[in-house]
Design a protein around this ligand. Structure first.
Ligand SMILES: Nc1ncnc2c1ncn2[C@@H]1O[C@H](COP(=O)(O)OP(=O)(O)OP(=O)(O)O)[C@@H](O)[C@H]1O
Length: 240
């Protein structure tokens, strides 16, 4: 069974097409990067996978199920870290972890998970008093609390200091080693190059490239994935 599969996925808003004929697969035991400039269609793709929006054309399946029609089945296998998780500001870290845990029949121990993301000392801190990086780490913990087999991480380490970033990278590698499927949305090419087995590049809602990071680098003749990304998406390099 493929963990995430999109075929011909198309979503139109009144004046524009957010994603257009997008095909994408993520297998169990791999990390796939979803890249694209601002407005390329990444969040729309994630919203379709999470069942937050329906498609106008095409299909999306998570562990074989339709996220809109089979919402309960998809909820049981999928964990999503959303970019702007709207959490209750007045609740503490510990309360939020227990609240989210209560949404799932089977799940992880909240305290063990908070320890894993380095938030044990903040258990009694209200969400509104966390630093940006701590909020980010909590959003990762909450994505994992239902013990999902399929994980979507949106801007995993944006705002994290270098040490916290590395610790999240090892956490994501551990998820892969446990056989989970991970879709990683990121603007950080170093992160993508280090973590992802394959990448899919979106531009103006369409898939313009796919392959391993090394394949994209050699195909575009650059040295890093950053060079490849800029070559593919047509952004001009820095003035010399
Ligand atoms: N609810 C909406 N109504 C109208 N247009 C939308 C809506 N949501 C997204 N769009 C448009 O669809 C396109 C894709 O947006 P999307 O948020 O998926 O991009 P993105 O790749 O996630 O961007 P970013 O990197 O900035 O988060 C954009 O042109 C955006 O303006």
């Amino acid at each position: 069974m493929t963990a995430i599969e999109l075929r011909g996925a198309t979503k139109r808003y009144r004046s524009r097409t957010a994603i257009d004929d997008v095909g994408l697969t993520v297998e169990y035991g791999e990390i796939v990067g979803l890249l694209g400039r601002n407005g390329a269609g990444k969040s729309t793709t994630v919203a379709a996978i999470a069942g937050l929006i329906g498609l106008d054309d095409g299909e999306v399946r998570v562990d074989g199920f339709d996220p809109v029609r089979d919402r309960r089945r998809v909820r049981a296998v999928l964990g999503v870290q959303l970019q702007d998780a709207e959490l209750h500001a007045a609740l503490t870290v510990g309360e939020l972890a227990r609240l989210y845990r209560s949404f799932y029949r089977d799940g992880l121990d909240p305290d063990a998970l908070l320890e894993r993301v380095g938030l044990t000392a903040e258990r009694k801190t209200r969400f509104e008093n966390l630093s940006g990086g701590q909020q980010q780490r909590l959003s990762i913990a909450l994505a994992l609390i239902g013990d999902p087999r399929v994980v979507v991480l949106d801007e995993l380490t944006t705002g994290l200091d270098p040490e916290a970033r590395r610790s999240m990278w090892s956490l994501v590698r551990a998820l892969r080693a446990d056989g989970l499927a991970v879709l990683l949305v990121s603007h950080l090419m170093e992160e993508v190059e280090r973590l992802c087995d394959r990448v899919v590049v979106l531009d103006a809602g369409r898939v313009i490239a796919r392959g391993t990071p090394a394949e994209l680098v050699s195909r575009t003749g650059g040295e890093t994935l950053d060079d490849a990304f800029l070559a593919l998406t047509g952004e001009k390099g820095e003035p010399s």
